[in-house]
Design a protein around this ligand. Sequence first.
Ligand SMILES: Nc1ncnc2c1ncn2[C@@H]1O[C@H](COP(=O)(O)OP(=O)(O)OP(=O)(O)O)[C@@H](O)[C@H]1O
Ligand SMILES: [Mg+2]
Length: 397
Amino acid sequence: MSGTLRISICDPNEASRENLKKFLVGMDKTWLEADCSRYEFFREIVGETTPDVAIVSLDTDIERAMGLVADISREHPNCGVVVVSSETDGQLILRAMRSGAREFLNSPVQLEELVSALDRVASSSTGGSQKSKSGVIIPVAGASGGVGTTSVAVNAAVALAQNPERSVVLVDLDLALGDADIFLDVMADYTLLDVAHNISRLDLALLRKSLTKHSSGLFLLPRPVQIEDNATITADDLRKVLGLLKASFSHVIVDLSKSYNNLDMVALEAASTVLLLTQLDLPCLRNVVRLLSSFERHEGLRERVKVVVNRSGLEKNQISLEKAENTIGGEIFSRIPNNYVVISECRNNGVPLIEQAPKAAITGHIVELAERVSGDSTMNLDTDSKDKKSWLKFLSK
Ligand SMILES: Nc1ncnc2c1ncn2[C@@H]1O[C@H](COP(=O)(O)OP(=O)(O)OP(=O)(O)O)[C@@H](O)[C@H]1O
Ligand SMILES: [Mg+2]
């Protein structure tokens, strides 16, 4: 995640302008360059502030606003213009698009829609910069119970959070028996249930306040307290929760359940990369084959899955990596060594690997895995940058 999306807005209506400002100010990766209440001044303001995105409300004077959209689009091709209107007339949308608008938002603007629109504008930015892209979602799935999903999800998330340029949240989607909070030894005030049920009322600042911060810098959204409540979280709720987390955090790690239910599928579909953990035994590998084949039925999902072997070296007669690759018909992306003593100590003490055993091979493997899937090209491990290197110091302590 690099950079911030710089935004200038123009809306003569004070109430809707304030609503938009409130959303933008709450987002971590956006910067409000200017907010303007007069159409006639905005062209000059865009010239001076050269924002990445200009948001123009059409409602006060459609003709004037359309002219402004056309001027800005022509004069500043690198600035993505987003228009906002309470009208949903197809002709109006078409006109706005023909004037150069990249996105059309309905007023009153909903936070999730704003986030998605900004994300699309940032992705299609002609400047080719990585600016402002919203966060990556990395679900950690398992080919069987007890395969090490939570150990890897928690420790990879903590590893990512060591870099102060990142903001990382871990979501425990193992709704019945999830134990991410135990691994981190934290007591949360709110759970996924609270956030899911209040999602339409939350802005990004409130969302962050609902999360529990671990001393490593990682935020946690734990599973609900009562098992009976789980059924009340809908796929749509979760889609919105993940959308908002993505807008607010550079990395969203999700510890999946092993049931591959509709909520797990929501996280998988939203994923940038999926880590599928397996061990080198036949039942696990057979499940990997089944899961990969099932993922093929969801567009683009199979390609995003990285198979990770956990507890490598556990037994002498373990299936070899080569044979495992032949069995699953694909590559093993990464291998995490077996170290029961260290990892169970971590869990029992509620202390992450990088604190408990910074020099252990298992720690290095999980840190490296987290980096490889971080999607963050600026975080090259052999970078010369002092700042970027410093967060890795814990490994050499
Ligand atoms: N690399 C490893 N080496 C040794 N032991 C490990 C390793 N990874 C995990 N374990 C151990 O395996 C057990 C299960 O780990 P964990 O709880 O992380 O798995 P899980 O897939 O999340 O389980 P569940 O299906 O119950 O959610 C724990 O006792 C943990 O300490
Ligand atoms: Mg688990």
